[in-house]
Design a protein around this ligand. Structure first.
Ligand code: FRU
Length: 322
C-alpha cells in the first residue's frame, strides 16, 4: 500500500559560522568557515527521508512513499522559496501555506564551535504562524491527493492550541492515520498533552532534564503510564546514545525496551564536524525504520536511527546518508 509521510513544522534558512571556540560576549572572533543552507527540523528530516525512501521505496508495504512538507512559507515567487524548493526536490509542497506578502523565510544564525561541538542557534521568524483552519485545509488537500493509501503525520509542534487542535482533528477524522510528535524544547510544555494522542513521541535530553530526570530510562518509565497503549517513546541523550520504550499494547503484551550507545564507525575518522540537525536525522531514520521495516525489532529500528545520526555528525549537511 502506498504511504504518505507529512512533516508539519517550520523551515529555516541557516547561516552557519564555524569557530574554533565559542566567543565571549563583546569579543571579535574570526570564523574558520561560513555556509548558508536550508534548515528547520521538519525540512531536515524530510531531506534525509527522501534519500532513504527513494532508495528503498517502502519495501515491505510494496508501495511508494510520498513526502510532503506542511508549513508556512513566504511568497511562492520569492528567492527564499526557490532556494528551499531546490534543497528538497523530491518533497511535495502542495500542503504549504504561502504568505504572498512576505519575501523572507524564517532564518537562524548559528555559531558552530569546534571545541565542544556546540551549535548555538539564534533564530527569527517574520511569518505569521499556521492557524488550525489552515492546517485542516492543507491536510485535507494532501489526504485527497493520497487517497487509498496510509498516512503518517509528524509534528515538530509549534503553536500550542494549533498543534493540539490539529492532532485532535486528525485523530477524530482519520483514526487510522499515525501521528508522531517531538517534545524537544522544554518551553513547549503543552507538547506533553499533545503527546498523549501520539503513536510515537521523540523526547530530547533537555526535555527530560527539565523534568528533573538524569537518566533516559527513568524518564521514559515516568512517561509510559500517560501514553496511548502501544505508543513508542524515544529519548535521545546527545553523545550518550538513545533509549526507547513501547507501552503495553494490551494486558498480554508487556512493555518493550531498547537502548543504544552513540554510534561510532569501526574504522576511519570520528571527528564530529556538524551536529546541526542530528536529531532531525535520527527522527528520519526512526520514521523510516517504523514504516519501511515494520518487522525489525524495536532494538534494530533504534540502532538504524542511531547509526544514521552518528554518520551525519561526521559530515557537513545531510547529503549522501542513504
Ligand atoms: C536544527 C534546526 C536548524 C534550524 C533550527 C530551528 O535542528 O532545525 O536547521 O535553524 O533548528 O530551531
Amino acid at each position: 500500500m502506498a504511504l504518505t509521510i507529512i512533516c508539519v513544522g517550520a523551515v529555516y534558512i541557516d547561516t552557519i559560522l564555524s569557530v574554533l571556540r565559542y566567543p565571549s560576549e563583546d569579543e571579535k572572533l574570526r570564523a574558520t568557515g561560513y555556509s548558508r543552507r536550508r534548515g528547520g527540523n521538519c525540512a531536515n528530516t524530510l531531506e534525509v527521508l527522501s534519500q532513504l525512501t527513494v532508495q528503498n521505496s517502502a519495501m515491505e508495504k510494496g508501495g511508494q512513499v510520498t513526502l510532503y512538507l506542511l508549513c508556512v512559507l513566504p511568497s511562492k515567487q520569492s528567492t527564499d522559496v526557490q532556494f528551499i524548493g531546490r534543497s528538497i526536490p523530491k518533497v511535495k509542497f502542495d500542503g504549504c501555506i504561502f504568505r504572498e506578502s512576505f519575501e523572507n523565510a524564517a532564518s537562524s544564525y548559528i555559531i558552530q564551535a569546534a571545541t565542544n561541538n556546540s551549535r548555538t542557534i539564534v533564530s527569527q521568524n517574520p511569518l505569521p504562524e499556521m492557524t488550525t483552519r489552515e492546517f485542516i485545509d492543507s491536510a485535507s488537500t494532501i489526504r485527497k491527493q493520497s487517497e487509498g493509501g496510509s498516512s503518517w503525520f509528524h509534528f515538530e509542534g509549534r503553536i500550542p492550541t494549533v498543534t493540539e487542535e490539529s492532532v485532535r482533528w486528525l485523530c477524530e477524522e482519520f483514526p487510522s492515520t499515525k501521528v508522531s510528535v517531538e517534545c524537544e524544547k522544554p518551553g513547549r510544555t503543552y507538547m506533553a498533552d499533545v503527546a498523549r494522542h501520539a503513536d510515537v513521541v521523540f523526547f530530547s535530553r533537555i526535555w527530560a532534564e527539565a523534568t528533573s530526570h538524569r537518566d533516559p530510562r527513568d524518564f521514559l518509565q515516568s512517561q509510559l503510564p500517560r501514553m496511548k497503549p502501544g505508543a513508542i517513546l524515544v529519548c535521545t541523550w546527545g553523545s550518550e546514545g538513545a533509549t526507547c520504550a513501547q507501552s503495553k499494547a494490551d494486558e498480554e503484551k508487556g512493555e518493550k525496551w531498547a537502548s543504544v550507545k552513540t554510534w561510532k564507525p569501526a574504522t576511519g575518522s570520528v571527528e564530529v564536524v556538524d551536529t546541526i540537525g542530528a536529531r532531525d536525522t535520527f527522527i528520519a531514520g526512526f520514521l523510516y525504520a517504523l514504516n519501511c521495516h515494520e518487522v525489525w525489532p524495536l532494538q534494530q529500528k533504534l540502532e538504524f536511527a542511531n547509526e544514521l545520526a552518528g554518520r551525519k555528525v561526521l559530515q557537513t549537511g545531510f547529503g549522501g546518508l542513504s
